[in-house]
Design a protein around this ligand. Structure first.
Ligand SMILES: C[S@@+](CC[C@H](N)C(=O)[O-])C[C@H]1O[C@@H](n2cnc3c(N)ncnc32)[C@H](O)[C@@H]1O
Length: 248
């Protein structure tokens, strides 16, 4: 039985309140970055792993993709996606990334936005991705940055007596494994910390080459809405890995 955090109604509502606010970290930091490194999509076949409400799936279709499939474990998320981001060339499927069977040699782009840190069996999923990609296809995914997920209790900033942020400490960095992430004031979900070498070597072992890494900051327009996000320059919250099944 896979952990299905977003089918707990309070967790789902909490997530959606933030995600649909237009001021979330997704909107101001992570989505602009992941969208900036997508390859040209005209006529391409796209798969989104952990598609949530379908925003990125729909965006890929708007960018000219010939077809797009979104996979997610959460019924709540898929209901929202089907209601708000449907299209004749989009298919939404319910399933876990660990267990779902992916067709061989089918997709030009496999994308995943902030879902891979929920996956304990990283190598297994990335190997499936490698097989499901067509030659020269891309796998692009974002996760919480490993320096965010490293510490066992995810304690965050060290602050001075006035509560000002002094520095972001790093510990247990090479100790890959589960961490408890607070998802509502009284609920936690299990996410998985992976060091940079584990993340990148997993891609390489699946036959992919690393093309680009982005450690995004907040855009100038985003800083007008959320000035406190200037803090991303001190330590980014997210990281994006762009890899390719390169065939010369
Ligand atoms: C933080 S949300 C991001 C959703 C979406 N990509 C977005 O950008 O808004 C993480 C998503 O991953 C999905 N997820 C988590 N674990 C999963 C798993 N094992 N298999 C499939 N989906 C999973 C969740 O249901 C949720 O929709």
């Amino acid at each position: 039985m896979r952990q299905n955090v977003y089918d707990q109604q309070d967790v789902f509502e909490n997530f959606q309140n933030n995600r649909l606010s237009g001021r979330s970290e997704n909107d101001l930091i992570e989505q602009p970055a992941i969208r900036s490194c997508l390859p040209p999509l005209t006529g391409k076949s796209v798969l989104d792993l952990g598609c949530g409400g379908g925003q990125l799936v729909k965006y890929c279709i708007e960018q000219g993709a010939s077809e797009a499939t979104g996979v997610d474990l959460s019924k709540n998320m898929l209901e929202y996606a089907r209601a708000h981001h449907s299209h004749e060339r989009i298919t939404y499927l319910q399933g876990s990334l660990e267990d779902i069977e992916l067709p061989h040699n089918q997709f030009d782009l496999i994308v995943s936005s902030l879902a891979m840190h929920y996956i304990g069996e990283y190598e297994r999923v990335v190997n499936k991705v490698g097989s499901a990609l067509r030659d020269n296809g891309y796998f692009i995914y974002s996760v919480l940055h490993p320096h965010i997920t490293a510490r066992k209790l995810l304690e965050g900033w060290v602050r001075d007596e006035a509560g000002e942020k002094r520095f972001w400490p790093l510990d247990d960095y090479l100790d890959d494994g589960p961490r408890d992430l607070q998802v509502t004031p009284d609920k936690k979900a299990v996410i998985y910390h992976r060091s940079m070498s584990s993340a990148v070597n997993g891609l390489i072992q699946a036959g992919l080459t690393l093309d680009q890494i982005i450690e995004p900051t907040c855009s100038p327009e985003g800083l007008i809405l959320q000035p406190h996000q200037v803090v991303e320059i001190r330590r980014p919250t997210f990281i994006i890995f762009k890899s390719q099944k390169l065939v010369r």
